[in-house]
Design a protein around this ligand. Structure first.
Ligand SMILES: O=C(O)c1cccc(C(=O)CC[C@H]2O[C@@H](n3cnc4c(=O)[nH]cnc43)[C@H](O)[C@@H]2O)c1
Length: 271
């Protein structure tokens, strides 16, 4: 295999980006794209060391929440059409017990918009049930499984929320509506929506800083989760570096969960 495989990693905040960069073991090259859009580029060691070929990883701290994540991801993908083979939403997260413990790692089997819909007296209806949108994106399943195995991670749905869960009833409601979900964070669905627009497969990798439940910010173990994020990406780079292009393109054959008919996950620009 020849050629460089380019990967875009999108985090919410700079400490998360720096934890990903640290996994590459070398200082990043800052690449300003717009006034408030700066990529940090690294070349993780892997196939062929740091020479030609291998991985070229651009990292972006796009801001907190799905809107900032989608805007930042879209801007980068629009400014570099066809450049990236895969986009990864990454960062810390809340974990659903007992699926994953604080300090653990989750690779998303599905990236799910958990609060995109309407609330009535009868309960929550998502936009897919309303017939007006999509509520989940499916990462390439074989690749997600391979990353999870390499990182010692749980492979499970990851929820995207716009409001951090802070009560036990809300945690139970989400877990009830999304059986098997292992984590909640605030950006994955935005990153995946932007990636789908450009026909690029999306993945999500999260390390758990806190349990989903009653709010206790003092109990968040952010340094531990950031260290776990560095370790997870150090384990993931060789997998991404060694796989055939076909493997990252397998997403094309997997429709969005309850997809609409726009076909946005197909026919992309990856060369
Ligand atoms: O204060 C710091 O040093 C610091 C370092 C790294 C990250 C942060 C954040 O505040 C990250 C916010 C980010 O984390 C995700 N997150 C974490 N736990 C949860 C949760 O229980 N529910 C939802 N999201 C969570 C989320 O993606 C935020 O964007 C601070």
């Amino acid at each position: 295999m020849t050629g460089t495989r380019r990967v875009l990693v999108v985090t919410a905040v700079p400490p998360e980006r720096d934890a990903v960069v640290l996994s590459a073991g070398a200082a990043p090259e800052p690449l300003p794209l717009l006034d408030h859009l700066v990529l940090h580029r690294v070349r993780p060691p892997g196939r062929g060391g740091n020479g030609p070929g291998g991985l070229l990883v651009d990292t972006l701290a796009a801001g907190v929440g799905p809107a900032a994540a989608a805007a930042g991801t879209s801007a980068v993908l629009a400014l570099a059409p066809g450049a990236y083979e895969v986009v990864i939403s990454a960062g810390i997260a809340g974990g659903f017990a007992p699926a994953v413990a604080v300090g653990g790692t989750v690779v998303a089997s599905a990236i799910v918009a958990a609060d995109l819909g309407g609330q009535t007296a009868e309960g929550f209806t998502d936009v897919a049930q309303m017939g007006v949108g999509v509520v989940a994106h499916r990462p390439p399943p074989g690749l997600a499984r391979a990353l999870a195995e390499a990182a010692g991670a749980v492979l499970a749905p990851v929820l995207t929320v716009s409001t951090v869960t802070g009560t036990a009833p809300r945690a139970e409601e989400l877990a009830g509506r999304h059986a098997g979900a292992a984590a909640e964070a605030m950006e994955g669905f935005g990153v995946a929506t932007a990636a789908a627009l450009f026909g690029v497969p999306a993945l999500e990798v999260r390390t758990v800083s806190n349990a989903v439940g009653p709010r206790d910010r003092a109990a968040w173990r952010i340094p531990e989760a950031l260290r776990a994020l560095t370790d997870a990406f150090a384990a993931i780079w060789p997998v991404l570096d060694g796989r055939q292009v076909m493997d990252v393109r397998e997403a094309r054959d997997v429709p969005d969960v309850r997809d609409d008919d726009s076909g946005r996950n197909r026919g992309g620009r990856v060369p």
